[in-house]
Every structure is written in structure tokens, then in C-alpha cells.
Design a protein around this ligand. Structure first.
Ligand code: PGA
Length: 255
């Protein structure tokens, strides 16, 4: 059985002292866990220090973004997959809707990033997809999800044990107090898995892919998402910034 994921996305929220303090709390709280994968994604700037804290714990480190080239004099300000791996990262979030909105990332860019990360082999990509409110209202969601997947995964060859996580995050449900109706999330996850079957083949989907949900998950609504058949885990923003709240969320998914 594939392991379930619980991924904390701290976004640009915490300063250094707050980041290190929360990382220590995560380490203590999840000491006894051994089923499932707990991942924490702090600011790029603090990755190395968080990695030091997490040493000896089951919690894995993730980054919130990466550049698509490994090295080069032309990429001022960017961070490569290898640099993230050196900092101790095992995971990296790609194409988060906030980057699509504020930094004009599109699926051509996201595809370059997915290719670079898959090629690097040390990192597992968490590829974000999800429709806007307008697309949802005009019944274009299924089409949008399939198109985003096709573009993000174009030219990707998955082999061996390479893992790829797809995070379904309906844009309108991120950072609000309203998560999706669980049944709707389950339906969207079915669509995503069917589309993946077409793109990479059924065998690769069951062996190499996980599909997780993200968007306003908290300790109150998590139970209705935890046991849905096609949901392989959760990506959590706001509720990952307080240890007790995140712990309650995580306990419904991993042990
Ligand atoms: P949220 O964020 O849980 O605060 O809605 C999720 C995300 O953006 O990954």
C-alpha cells in the first residue's frame, strides 16, 4: 500500500526564530510516527537550519520552489534542484497557484521545473494543479485539470521508483475557511487519476504517482477527507503554522 502524505507549506510566514521553534516542535510531536510521510516546507532561506533540527526525526524537508537549470551564470537569484538536495530537501512544491498568480508562472515553466527535478533524481516533485472559481462556475474544471496535467508532465518519463506527487488545490479554496466538499474532491481526484492513466499509463500511476488535496484543510474538516479512496494525502497551509492544530490534522492521515 502506498504511504500517505501530510505536507506543511509554511509559505512566507515565519521569521528565522519562529521557523526554528516550530521545526523543533514538529520534531518532538512526530517522534513516535512511522507510517506515512510528514514533510515540512519552510522558506528557502532557512532550509539548511531546519534540516539540522530535523536530523534524526522522521520528518522530511521540502522547498516551496526551484529553478529549472542545475547551474549557470545567467540565473541571478535562482536556486537549483541540486542546491536544494544539498540543503537536505527531499521534496519540492512546483507551480503553486500563488506563484502562478503573483509571479506569472505558467505550465510551460512548471513543466521545465518538473523535468529538472525528475532528472535530478534526489528530489520528489509536488506538482500543483487546480481550477479557478471562474473555471469552476463555467463547468470547465475537468478540462482544466486534464490540460494542466498534460502540460506539466509533457515529455516526462517515469522510471524505477521515481515518485511524483500531484497536489489538487482548487484556487478558490486556498487560504479561505471553506474547503471543497469532500465528495467533490474525491470526484476531482478520480478525474486526475484517469487523466494520469492516459498520460503515463496505468502501471506508472499506481506505482509512481500520489494525488493529494490542498485548500483550507483544518482539524475540523480533515476527518471527512482522510478516508476518501483516491486521496493520498494533504497539503496544508494555514493550519500547519500551529503545532497543535497541525498535529490534529496530521493524526487523521499518518501514524
Ligand atoms: P491553506 O493553503 O491550507 O492555507 O488553504 C494550502 C496551500 O496553499 O498549499
Amino acid at each position: 500500500m502506498l504511504k500517505k502524505y501530510i505536507i506543511a507549506n509554511w509559505k512566507m510566514n515565519l521569521n528565522l526564530a519562529e521557523t526554528l521553534s516550530l521545526a523543533k516542535k514538529f520534531k518532538e510531536k512526530f517522534a513516535g510516527f512511522n507510517q506515512g510521510e510528514v514533510v515540512v516546507c519552510p522558506s528557502t532561506l532557512f532550509l539548511i537550519e531546519v534540516n539540522e533540527i530535523l536530523k534524526g526525526s522522521i520528518i522530511k524537508l521540502g522547498a516551496q520552489n526551484v529553478f529549472w537549470e542545475e547551474v549557470g551564470a545567467s540565473y541571478t537569484g535562482e536556486v537549483s534542484p541540486e542546491m536544494l538536495a544539498e540543503a537536505g530537501c527531499r521534496y519540492v512544491i512546483l507551480g503553486h497557484s500563488e506563484r502562478r498568480k503573483y509571479l506569472s508562472e505558467n505550465y510551460e515553466i512548471i513543466n521545465k521545473k518538473v523535468r529538472a527535478v525528475v532528472k535530478n533524481e534526489k528530489l520528489i516533485p509536488i506538482v500543483c494543479i487546480g481550477e479557478s472559481l471562474k473555471e469552476r462556475k463555467t463547468d470547465r474544471r475537468d478540462f482544466v485539470l486534464v490540460e494542466q496535467l498534460e502540460q506539466a508532465l509533457s515529455g516526462i518519463e517515469v522510471f524505477g521508483d521515481q515518485r511524483i506527487i500531484i497536489a489538487y488545490e482548487p484556487i478558490w479554496a486556498i487560504g479561505t475557511s471553506t474547503a471543497l466538499e469532500p465528495a467533490e474532491a474525491e470526484y476531482a481526484h478520480k478525474i486526475i487519476k484517469l487523466a494520469l492513466n492516459d498520460i503515463v499509463g496505468m502501471q506508472a500511476v499506481s506505482k509512481n504517482f500520489s494525488v493529494i488535496y490542498g485548500g483550507s484543510i483544518n482539524s475540523k474538516n480533515v476527518k471527512s477527507f482522510a478516508n476518501l479512496e483516491d486521496i493520498d494525502g494533504l497539503l496544508v497551509g494555514g493550519a500547519s503554522l500551529k503545532i497543535e492544530e497541525f498535529y490534529k490534522v496530521a493524526k487523521s492521515i499518518v501514524k
